[in-house]
Design a protein around this ligand. Structure first.
Ligand code: ADP
Ligand code: MG
Length: 255
Protein backbone atom coordinates (compact mmCIF):
# COMPACT_ATOMS: atom_id res chain seq x y z
CA UNK A 1 0.00 0.00 0.00
CA UNK A 2 1.20 3.47 -0.72
CA UNK A 3 0.21 6.92 0.37
CA UNK A 4 1.53 9.64 -1.88
CA UNK A 5 2.56 13.03 -0.53
CA UNK A 6 3.12 15.83 -2.99
CA UNK A 7 5.04 18.67 -1.35
CA UNK A 8 5.40 22.07 -3.03
CA UNK A 9 6.00 20.49 -6.42
CA UNK A 10 6.71 22.96 -9.20
CA UNK A 11 7.59 22.37 -12.82
CA UNK A 12 8.79 24.78 -15.46
CA UNK A 13 9.45 24.04 -19.11
CA UNK A 14 11.72 26.85 -20.20
CA UNK A 15 9.85 30.01 -19.24
CA UNK A 16 6.51 28.29 -18.74
CA UNK A 17 5.38 27.54 -15.18
CA UNK A 18 3.33 24.42 -15.74
CA UNK A 19 2.97 23.51 -12.05
CA UNK A 20 3.07 26.18 -9.33
CA UNK A 21 3.83 24.70 -5.94
CA UNK A 22 1.34 21.84 -5.79
CA UNK A 23 0.58 20.25 -2.40
CA UNK A 24 -1.56 17.14 -2.15
CA UNK A 25 -1.69 14.27 0.33
CA UNK A 26 -3.18 11.13 -1.14
CA UNK A 27 -4.24 8.47 1.30
CA UNK A 28 -3.33 4.86 1.06
CA UNK A 29 -6.09 3.05 -0.87
CA UNK A 30 -7.85 6.23 -1.91
CA UNK A 31 -9.40 6.81 -5.34
CA UNK A 32 -8.53 10.39 -6.14
CA UNK A 33 -9.22 12.13 -9.44
CA UNK A 34 -7.28 15.05 -10.83
CA UNK A 35 -9.62 17.08 -13.00
CA UNK A 36 -9.24 20.33 -14.87
CA UNK A 37 -9.22 21.76 -18.37
CA UNK A 38 -6.77 20.66 -21.00
CA UNK A 39 -3.28 22.06 -20.43
CA UNK A 40 -3.67 22.68 -16.67
CA UNK A 41 -0.84 20.31 -15.76
CA UNK A 42 -2.60 17.02 -14.88
CA UNK A 43 -0.43 14.77 -17.03
CA UNK A 44 2.73 16.56 -15.97
CA UNK A 45 1.93 15.99 -12.30
CA UNK A 46 1.19 12.30 -12.94
CA UNK A 47 4.37 11.87 -14.96
CA UNK A 48 6.41 13.41 -12.15
CA UNK A 49 4.88 10.98 -9.64
CA UNK A 50 5.74 8.11 -12.00
CA UNK A 51 9.30 9.34 -12.43
CA UNK A 52 8.88 9.95 -16.15
CA UNK A 53 9.51 13.64 -15.59
CA UNK A 54 11.65 15.45 -13.01
CA UNK A 55 10.10 18.24 -10.93
CA UNK A 56 11.85 21.61 -10.90
CA UNK A 57 11.16 22.06 -7.19
CA UNK A 58 9.59 20.32 -4.21
CA UNK A 59 9.36 16.62 -3.58
CA UNK A 60 7.13 13.58 -3.69
CA UNK A 61 7.01 10.91 -1.03
CA UNK A 62 5.83 7.41 -1.83
CA UNK A 63 5.02 5.67 1.40
CA UNK A 64 7.33 8.10 3.14
CA UNK A 65 10.32 7.79 0.78
CA UNK A 66 11.30 10.56 -1.64
CA UNK A 67 10.72 9.24 -5.15
CA UNK A 68 13.80 10.81 -6.64
CA UNK A 69 15.78 8.36 -4.52
CA UNK A 70 14.11 5.45 -6.36
CA UNK A 71 14.62 4.35 -9.93
CA UNK A 72 11.31 4.54 -11.85
CA UNK A 73 11.07 0.78 -12.18
CA UNK A 74 11.57 0.30 -8.44
CA UNK A 75 8.57 2.47 -7.65
CA UNK A 76 5.69 0.35 -6.50
CA UNK A 77 3.26 1.86 -8.97
CA UNK A 78 1.98 1.34 -12.48
CA UNK A 79 0.87 3.84 -15.09
CA UNK A 80 -1.95 3.44 -17.62
CA UNK A 81 -1.61 5.84 -20.53
CA UNK A 82 -4.32 7.44 -22.63
CA UNK A 83 -2.84 5.85 -25.76
CA UNK A 84 -2.46 2.48 -23.92
CA UNK A 85 1.12 2.31 -25.29
CA UNK A 86 0.88 -1.38 -26.22
CA UNK A 87 3.71 -2.94 -28.24
CA UNK A 88 2.25 -3.61 -31.71
CA UNK A 89 4.62 -6.50 -32.47
CA UNK A 90 3.80 -8.45 -29.29
CA UNK A 91 0.71 -10.52 -28.54
CA UNK A 92 -1.68 -9.57 -25.74
CA UNK A 93 -0.09 -12.17 -23.43
CA UNK A 94 3.42 -10.90 -24.25
CA UNK A 95 2.38 -7.28 -23.74
CA UNK A 96 1.01 -8.13 -20.31
CA UNK A 97 4.14 -10.13 -19.47
CA UNK A 98 6.54 -7.27 -20.26
CA UNK A 99 6.64 -5.80 -16.71
CA UNK A 100 7.33 -9.28 -15.29
CA UNK A 101 10.00 -10.01 -17.87
CA UNK A 102 11.63 -6.62 -17.32
CA UNK A 103 11.91 -7.30 -13.62
CA UNK A 104 13.74 -10.59 -14.22
CA UNK A 105 16.12 -9.52 -16.96
CA UNK A 106 19.49 -7.91 -16.40
CA UNK A 107 20.29 -4.53 -17.94
CA UNK A 108 21.66 -5.85 -21.24
CA UNK A 109 18.76 -8.23 -21.71
CA UNK A 110 16.30 -5.49 -20.85
CA UNK A 111 17.58 -3.36 -23.70
CA UNK A 112 16.76 -6.18 -26.08
CA UNK A 113 13.12 -6.68 -25.07
CA UNK A 114 10.83 -7.14 -28.03
CA UNK A 115 10.44 -10.83 -28.75
CA UNK A 116 13.00 -11.69 -26.08
CA UNK A 117 11.41 -13.75 -23.34
CA UNK A 118 13.11 -15.94 -20.75
CA UNK A 119 14.06 -19.38 -21.97
CA UNK A 120 13.83 -21.20 -18.61
CA UNK A 121 10.64 -23.28 -18.51
CA UNK A 122 10.07 -22.66 -14.80
CA UNK A 123 10.14 -18.89 -15.28
CA UNK A 124 7.95 -19.10 -18.35
CA UNK A 125 5.35 -21.11 -16.46
CA UNK A 126 5.41 -18.66 -13.57
CA UNK A 127 4.90 -15.74 -15.94
CA UNK A 128 2.11 -17.54 -17.81
CA UNK A 129 0.27 -18.14 -14.52
CA UNK A 130 0.49 -14.46 -13.57
CA UNK A 131 -0.65 -13.37 -17.04
CA UNK A 132 -3.62 -15.75 -16.87
CA UNK A 133 -4.57 -14.41 -13.45
CA UNK A 134 -4.97 -10.84 -14.67
CA UNK A 135 -6.55 -11.91 -17.97
CA UNK A 136 -9.25 -13.77 -16.06
CA UNK A 137 -9.81 -10.81 -13.76
CA UNK A 138 -10.47 -8.60 -16.81
CA UNK A 139 -12.21 -11.23 -18.97
CA UNK A 140 -9.65 -11.12 -21.78
CA UNK A 141 -8.27 -14.69 -21.65
CA UNK A 142 -9.62 -15.40 -25.13
CA UNK A 143 -7.59 -12.54 -26.57
CA UNK A 144 -4.17 -13.66 -25.35
CA UNK A 145 -2.73 -14.65 -28.74
CA UNK A 146 -3.95 -11.60 -30.65
CA UNK A 147 -1.87 -8.59 -31.60
CA UNK A 148 -3.14 -5.14 -30.49
CA UNK A 149 -4.17 -4.23 -34.07
CA UNK A 150 -6.81 -6.99 -33.91
CA UNK A 151 -8.48 -5.57 -30.79
CA UNK A 152 -11.28 -3.07 -30.26
CA UNK A 153 -10.62 0.11 -28.27
CA UNK A 154 -12.28 -1.33 -25.19
CA UNK A 155 -10.22 -4.51 -25.44
CA UNK A 156 -6.97 -2.54 -25.77
CA UNK A 157 -7.90 -0.56 -22.72
CA UNK A 158 -8.35 -3.80 -20.73
CA UNK A 159 -5.00 -5.11 -21.92
CA UNK A 160 -3.36 -1.89 -20.73
CA UNK A 161 -5.08 -2.32 -17.35
CA UNK A 162 -4.00 -5.97 -17.19
CA UNK A 163 -0.40 -4.98 -17.89
CA UNK A 164 -0.57 -2.39 -15.10
CA UNK A 165 -2.04 -4.96 -12.66
CA UNK A 166 0.36 -7.79 -13.31
CA UNK A 167 3.06 -6.56 -10.91
CA UNK A 168 0.47 -5.98 -8.18
CA UNK A 169 1.43 -2.34 -7.66
CA UNK A 170 0.31 -0.45 -4.57
CA UNK A 171 -0.69 2.55 -6.63
CA UNK A 172 -2.14 2.99 -10.11
CA UNK A 173 -1.63 6.19 -12.07
CA UNK A 174 -4.14 6.54 -14.87
CA UNK A 175 -4.00 9.29 -17.45
CA UNK A 176 -7.39 9.63 -19.16
CA UNK A 177 -7.59 5.87 -19.71
CA UNK A 178 -11.13 6.04 -21.12
CA UNK A 179 -10.85 9.03 -23.42
CA UNK A 180 -10.41 6.89 -26.55
CA UNK A 181 -13.62 4.95 -25.95
CA UNK A 182 -17.06 5.84 -27.23
CA UNK A 183 -19.60 7.21 -24.74
CA UNK A 184 -21.31 3.88 -24.07
CA UNK A 185 -18.07 1.97 -23.51
CA UNK A 186 -16.82 4.75 -21.28
CA UNK A 187 -19.71 4.44 -18.89
CA UNK A 188 -19.25 0.67 -18.70
CA UNK A 189 -15.48 0.97 -18.19
CA UNK A 190 -16.02 3.51 -15.39
CA UNK A 191 -17.91 0.89 -13.43
CA UNK A 192 -15.24 -1.71 -14.10
CA UNK A 193 -12.40 0.53 -12.93
CA UNK A 194 -14.33 1.47 -9.80
CA UNK A 195 -14.93 -2.24 -9.13
CA UNK A 196 -11.23 -2.96 -9.65
CA UNK A 197 -10.39 -0.32 -7.08
CA UNK A 198 -12.74 -1.87 -4.53
CA UNK A 199 -11.35 -5.31 -5.20
CA UNK A 200 -7.63 -4.42 -5.11
CA UNK A 201 -7.72 -1.78 -2.39
CA UNK A 202 -4.79 0.00 -4.08
CA UNK A 203 -4.36 3.75 -4.35
CA UNK A 204 -5.75 5.08 -7.65
CA UNK A 205 -4.70 8.46 -8.99
CA UNK A 206 -6.99 9.08 -11.91
CA UNK A 207 -6.60 11.94 -14.37
CA UNK A 208 -9.59 13.02 -16.42
CA UNK A 209 -10.96 16.16 -18.02
CA UNK A 210 -14.45 14.64 -17.65
CA UNK A 211 -16.04 15.97 -14.48
CA UNK A 212 -18.92 13.45 -14.62
CA UNK A 213 -16.45 10.59 -14.67
CA UNK A 214 -14.63 11.95 -11.62
CA UNK A 215 -17.88 12.64 -9.74
CA UNK A 216 -19.07 9.04 -10.04
CA UNK A 217 -15.79 7.22 -9.34
CA UNK A 218 -13.79 9.14 -6.76
CA UNK A 219 -13.39 9.30 -3.00
CA UNK A 220 -11.97 12.78 -3.53
CA UNK A 221 -11.46 15.12 -6.44
CA UNK A 222 -8.64 17.63 -6.88
CA UNK A 223 -9.65 20.44 -9.22
CA UNK A 224 -6.65 21.87 -11.09
CA UNK A 225 -6.39 25.00 -13.14
CA UNK A 226 -3.38 26.83 -14.50
CA UNK A 227 -0.88 24.61 -12.70
CA UNK A 228 -2.54 24.92 -9.29
CA UNK A 229 -4.92 22.82 -7.23
CA UNK A 230 -7.92 25.01 -6.42
CA UNK A 231 -9.83 22.58 -4.21
CA UNK A 232 -9.56 19.00 -2.96
CA UNK A 233 -12.74 17.54 -1.58
CA UNK A 234 -15.34 14.78 -1.81
CA UNK A 235 -17.47 14.84 -4.97
CA UNK A 236 -20.49 16.03 -2.97
CA UNK A 237 -18.65 18.93 -1.40
CA UNK A 238 -16.97 19.93 -4.66
CA UNK A 239 -20.41 20.05 -6.25
CA UNK A 240 -22.28 21.70 -3.41
CA UNK A 241 -19.59 23.92 -1.90
CA UNK A 242 -17.12 25.01 -4.56
CA UNK A 243 -14.55 27.28 -2.88
CA UNK A 244 -13.76 29.21 -5.99
CA UNK A 245 -15.80 30.55 -8.88
CA UNK A 246 -13.48 28.73 -11.29
CA UNK A 247 -14.27 25.41 -9.58
CA UNK A 248 -17.99 26.08 -9.83
CA UNK A 249 -17.70 27.01 -13.48
CA UNK A 250 -15.63 23.97 -14.36
CA UNK A 251 -17.80 21.48 -12.48
CA UNK A 252 -20.99 23.06 -13.76
CA UNK A 253 -19.93 23.28 -17.39
CA UNK A 254 -20.90 20.67 -19.94
CA UNK A 255 -17.95 18.56 -21.05
P1 ADP B 1 -3.03 18.36 -19.11
O1 ADP B 1 -2.64 16.93 -18.94
O2 ADP B 1 -3.77 18.93 -17.93
O3 ADP B 1 -3.81 18.60 -20.38
P2 ADP B 1 -0.19 18.80 -19.41
O4 ADP B 1 0.39 18.42 -18.10
O5 ADP B 1 -0.05 17.82 -20.52
O6 ADP B 1 -1.71 19.24 -19.21
O7 ADP B 1 0.47 20.14 -19.91
C1 ADP B 1 0.49 21.31 -19.14
C2 ADP B 1 1.23 22.39 -19.89
O8 ADP B 1 2.60 22.06 -19.99
C3 ADP B 1 0.73 22.61 -21.31
O9 ADP B 1 0.74 23.98 -21.56
C4 ADP B 1 1.75 21.89 -22.15
O10 ADP B 1 1.87 22.49 -23.40
C5 ADP B 1 3.03 22.06 -21.32
N1 ADP B 1 3.97 20.95 -21.51
C6 ADP B 1 3.76 19.67 -21.17
N2 ADP B 1 4.83 18.90 -21.44
C7 ADP B 1 5.76 19.74 -21.98
C8 ADP B 1 7.09 19.57 -22.47
N3 ADP B 1 7.69 18.38 -22.46
N4 ADP B 1 7.72 20.67 -22.95
C9 ADP B 1 7.13 21.87 -22.93
N5 ADP B 1 5.89 22.11 -22.48
C10 ADP B 1 5.20 21.06 -22.01
MG1 MG C 1 -3.06 15.29 -20.13
Amino acid sequence: MAGVNIRSVAKTFGETHVLKSVDLDIRDGEFISLVGPSGCGKSTLLRIIAGLEQQSDGNILLDGTAVDRMRPRDRDLAMVFQSYALYPHLTVAENIAVPLVMRRLNTTERSLVGGLFPSGRGKRKEIAVEVERVCEALSISMLKDRKPAALSGGQRQRVALARAMVRKPSAFLMDEPLSNLDAKMRVQARGEIAALHRQLGSTFIYVTHDQAEAMTMSDRIAVMMGGEILQVDTPDRIYQMPQDLRVAEFIGSPK
